[in-house]
Design a binder for this molecule. Structure first.
Ligand code: PHE
Length: 352
């Protein structure tokens, strides 16, 4: 038999259920309306809260029978309110975002970097030489006397040392390499011939800086040691290299002197600017002086225990800045080191 308390509780519960099916809280138009619904039902004086409180006036048996019904109603309601709240918050965020940002605008362009013009030229030179079978070699910037001078057939007190304005380290018998030729010695110490190496790198000289001189600059060294290498191999290799690099294979070898090559030559290429007719860049000579080269001196081979009777070789050394200035039409070497982006920006990636 239902007690009067129980039947009035059940009536109140039915009324509430009916009300909830009439006005689904999940239909609340905005967050404020949803909050009113929540307070009205689940707040301290909310209808459902009151109903749950009223359970305590019922008998234990009635509470067991009806409690789950009221709890189920509460769980259902809380779930619906949370879901609606999420949805309303999401639309509010979206509306706010689209009021502040135009999501259809294109993105900000990322400025694209480019390699330094010297790096571009160096990369191009080593690319070509590697196709010709030269492999990459490196050596330290801080060198000792043997590698920079004596093993290269430049003995102490020899006047050839005066050609290099050497920077010596204060407290050690060490120096900053004045050319990349010490890498010839290091390569031959590390490997037996036949060998064919290229070494791009930084070199240092105690030099007054002006439009054509820098105390720090770059060279690219080449060395080929094999049986029966001749001057003809040197000339053909350099002509093929220049053809690839500059589009001109007409080269000229002039007798010269380097202690570590014999015979030695200065290598000129047909002037890129006037095709040899004569212009201010080539000083009306029709030729541009590009590099030093020669056949490896027997004393150099002996210094690294290679028998000059069995092996011979050629070597060359190119000033990278000078070549870059000619190729790019740069008038002042200092511009390469100032990192002025207005200068650097001119050399787009397709120049080299
Ligand atoms: N090392 C020489 C220089 O710095 C260039 C060179 C290299 C010449 C190899 C001949 C052979 O001037």
């Amino acid at each position: 038999m239902a007690t009067p308390k129980r039947s009035s509780w059940e009536r109140a519960c039915e009324e509430l259920e009916a009300r909830l099916s009439r006005e689904d809280p999940a239909q609340a138009a905005d967050l404020a309306a949803l909050d009113r619904v929540r307070v009205g039902l689940l707040g301290r004086k909310g209808a459902l809260t009151e109903l749950l409180k009223a359970l305590k006036d019922l008998s234990l048996e009635d509470r067991r029978a009806l409690g789950p019904r009221a709890q189920g109603l509460k769980t259902l309601l809380e779930g619906k309110i949370a879901e609606r709240q999420n949805a309303l918050e999401r639309t509010a965020d979206e509306r706010k975002l689209s009021a502040e940002l135009d999501l259809t605008l294109p993105g900000l362009p990322q400025p694209r970097g480019r390699r330094h013009p010297l790096t571009q030229i160096l990369d191009e030179m080593t690319r070509i030489l590697s196709l010709m079978g030269f492999s990459w070699a490196e050596g330290p910037h801080v060198e000792d006397d043997r590698h920079n001078f004596s093993a290269l057939n430049i003995p102490e007190h020899h006047p050839a040392r005066d050609l290099h304005d050497t920077l010596y380290l204060a407290d050690a018998p060490l120096l900053l390499r004045t050319h990349t030729s010490p890498v010839q010695i290091r390569s031959m110490e590390a490997r037996r011939p036949p060998l064919r190496i290229m070494c791009p790198g930084r070199v240092f000289r105690h030099e007054a800086v002006d439009a054509t001189h820098s105390a720090v600059f770059h060279q690219l060294e080449g060395l080929y040691v094999e049986r029966g290498v001749t001057f003809a191999d040197l000339k053909a290799t350099l002509a093929a290299f220049m053809e690839q690099l500059l589009g001109s294979s007409e080269i000229r070898l002039r007798p010269s002197f380097f202690p570590f090559t014999e015979p030695s030559a200065e290598v000129d290429v047909r002037c890129l600017f006037c095709s040899g007719r004569g212009c201010p860049v080539c000083k009306q000579s029709g030729w541009l002086e590009l590099l030093g080269a020669g056949l490896v001196h027997p004393n150099v081979l002996k210094a690294v225990d290679i028998d000059p009777e069995r092996w011979s070789g050629f070597a060359f050394g190119i000033g990278v800045e000078r070549l870059a200035m000619l190729k790019l039409g740069v008038k002042d070497i200092r511009q390469f080191y100032e990192n002025d982006v207005r200068f650097l920006r001119q050399f787009d990636e397709n120049i080299a």
